[in-house]
Ligand binder design. Structure first.
Ligand SMILES: Cc1cc2nc3c(=O)[nH]c(=O)nc-3n(C[C@H](O)[C@H](O)[C@H](O)COP(=O)(O)O)c2cc1C
Length: 203
């Protein structure tokens, strides 16, 4: 099977998100214009590069996380895990500006060090970011589309001590969750190692 703009009838649902999977979930913390905390999950989310550590997320429509990150110049990301899945899901509800999803989801405000936006204190790891750009995307013909992209630079990282083992962040023990297609999620439960051809020794 293959297709372009017209999806065959056999594919009742668009498989795009099920193919680009699993996608890590950026649990984005911001503050609105009045300073009220805002929290929402974004799986059109990625690390864009390291040193400096850069992060990006995409908003389908100019949602609160986008406008807040653009207007206040900062945001946080917290790692969404299996233990926090219900809270993450609650924080995705469509609520009016100023609703404070940290409170709605029963989460504790983590105290930032470099910026003024809280993160999820219960999360194994979180990052404080300064917004570098917040732009509207265009399609292949150069026409603006109702999609918005935020790029941020990490300025501070928080890790709960119990997830640090042998000098590394133990990702599998944090059991991060990732988004797939439809309403499906995946959980990272184990890690396996593959050395690169140029590796002289384990890093
Ligand atoms: C796991 C998950 C991932 C999501 N990823 C995105 C995304 O990448 N982009 C987006 O626009 N909405 C995404 N959503 C929906 C938003 O979380 C939802 O619209 C939320 O209300 C936005 O909140 P905000 O307006 O406070 O930013 C996702 C929802 C869930 C549950």
């Amino acid at each position: 099977m293959h297709y372009g703009d017209e999806r065959p009838e056999a594919l009742k649902f668009d498989p795009f998100k099920a193919i680009i999977a699993p996608r890590p979930i950026g649990w984005i913390g911001t503050r609105n214009a009045d300073g009220v905390p805002n929290l929402a999950p974004y799986s059109f989310f990625a690390g864009l590069g390291a040193t400096p550590n850069m992060i990006g997320f995409s908003s389908e429509g100019a949602k609160h996380s986008f406008t807040n990150a653009r207007d206040r110049g900062e945001f946080t990301i917290s790692l969404a895990t299996e233990a926090l899945a219900d809270a993450m899901n609650i924080s995705s509800g469509s609520v009016p500006d100023g609703a404070n999803e940290f409170k709605l989801a029963g989460l504790t405000l983590g105290e930032p060090v470099e910026i003024s936006t809280p993160f999820v204190a219960e999360s194994p790891a979180a990052m404080e970011c300064i917004t570098v750009s917040a732009t509207q995307l265009s399609d292949k013909d150069g026409n603006p589309i109702n999609r918005f992209f935020v790029i941020g630079q990490v300025v501070h990282t928080h890790i709960r001590d119990e997830y640090i083992r042998d000098g590394r962040f133990d990702t599998a023990s944090a059991r991060p969750i990732a988004r797939m297609g439809y309403r499906d999620y995946a959980t990272v439960t184990e890690a396996w190692e593959l050395m690169r051809p140029d590796d002289a020794k384990a890093v």
